[in-house]
Design a protein around this ligand. Structure first.
Ligand code: ZN
Length: 131
């Protein structure tokens, strides 16, 4: 089953989408399988990271800015090449195992939509596969 979600994003930041993905898995009725969380944008991404300390999320964004700064030598006329690079570095999707009808996430793991060029209205897809 394929589920699609919309969300409003900040200028730059991580949006916790774990509850939306969990809803999709419950609604699918899949007990054993996996799901793919997919972002159809070129300046955003999907990742799994710590959900306990919100400082991890802001450190993540700060670290990405230091690792992939916007450079004067970039040629892309839209002026957001740093966001395009961050998008590819993090990746457009994550795959999560479903076991016993639940996402097999670690205690400290959450699923995040990463915005690198907001604020925008974005979407993401959850494809649930299994039986
Ligand atoms: Zn661009």
């Amino acid at each position: 089953m394929l589920f699609d979600f919309k969300l409003s994003t900040p200028e730059e930041g991580l949006v916790d989408i774990t509850s939306e993905v969990t809803e999709a898995v419950v609604e699918s009725g899949v007990n054993e399988g996996f799901c793919i969380v997919y972002c159809p944008h070129t300046t955003a991404a999907i990742t799994i990271n710590e959900n306990a300390d919100p400082d991890v999320q802001s450190d993540f964004i700060n670290g990405m800015a230091l690792s992939f700064p916007e450079l004067m030598t970039f040629r892309h006329s839209e002026g957001n090449s740093d966001a395009h690079i961050k998008s590819s570095a993090v990746g457009a999707s994550e795959t999560i195992i479903i076991s016993g009808g639940k996402l097999l996430l670690g205690t400290w793991q959450g699923i995040y939509f990463c915005e690198f060029d907001g604020p925008r209205t974005r979407k993401f897809y959850v494809k649930v596969i299994g039986g």
